[in-house]
Design a protein around this ligand. Structure first.
Ligand SMILES: [Zn+2]
Length: 257
């Protein structure tokens, strides 16, 4: 059994960006990393599309879980580390960070298949009594009893200590995950637009306007800041390359003389 969880800073930022992408619905994804000395080390994530947008309905389909495992395998091959799916995360916009009954039931189901499976919850769009915006994070597992496994009683949540670990730069896997976010949001909106299809001309105009408004919002709050972040990262990298080239020249000259 895992005793604690460490989330690398870049993976934490990707989860947080995903959680802050919408305040109307809960978002979810899979946590990927490895287990070292009874601690789950989350180094990247795989964002998932919501199949059911109703409140408290974050569920991962078996296909999504299988695809996540494949993705973790690919990462393990590239990084030559034993990377695997460690658990899941989801957001609680405008509600407390504590897992709901549905959450502990869902968690118990996954944990029954993998005892080390963990759940992270990001509570966002809340404010404290001083009116400062507050983001909270919790990591939990469910207490597995025979009745809970059978689904006859609601399992209790067990909270695990969670730490965020510093990291100097964003990893390739986290960048890939971040790049997927606009695409996931676009697909979700396209799906909602198709579902609302109507023969009524006024409804069609309304739906079209809602669709365009949503896409504009994503561009404003997700795409533009992401492009800005990547541009400043490129600038920093170019400066670093120039500095290293100058250093290389200096060392070469010293070696030649
Ligand atoms: Zn929840």
């Amino acid at each position: 059994m895992v005793k604690g969880v460490k989330v690398e800073l870049d993976a934490f930022c990707v989860c947080l960006t995903h959680s802050l992408s919408t305040e109307e619905e809960e978002v979810m994804g899979l946590l990927i990393g490895e287990i070292i000395d009874d601690h789950a080390i989350v180094s990247t994530v795989s964002m998932l599309r919501r199949s059911d947008k109703r409140k408290d309905r974050v569920e991962i389909s078996p296909e999504q879980l299988a695809r996540g495992a494949q993705e973790a395998e690919r990462m393990a091959e590239i990084s030559r580390r034993p990377m695997r799916v460690l658990g899941w995360y989801h957001s609680h916009p405008h509600i407390t960070v504590w897992p709901s009954h549905v959450d502990t039931r869902t968690q118990a189901m996954y944990q029954n298949m993998d005892p080390d499976f963990i759940g992270l919850i990001f509570s966002c769009f809340n404010s404290d009594p001083q009116n400062f915006s507050r983001i909270e994070l919790t990591c939990f597992q469910s207490k597995l009893t025979p009745a809970a496994i059978e689904g006859q009683e609601i399992p209790d949540a067990i909270h695990l200590p969670v730490q965020i670990c510093r990291k100097a730069s964003i990893s390739q896997f986290c960048l890939e995950a971040l790049n997927k976010l606009p695409l996931i949001l676009l697909e979700e909106e396209q799906e909602a637009y198709k579902e609302a299809e109507s023969d009524n001309i006024l409804s069609q105009i309304h739906n079209g306007a809602v669709f365009v408004r949503s896409l504009s919002r994503f561009m404003e709050i997700i795409c533009a800041p992401a492009v800005q972040m990547l541009e400043s990262r490129l600038e920093q990298t170019q400066t670093k390359v120039k500095r290293l080239q100058a250093e290389k020249r200096r060392l070469q000259e010293a070696l030649d003389s």
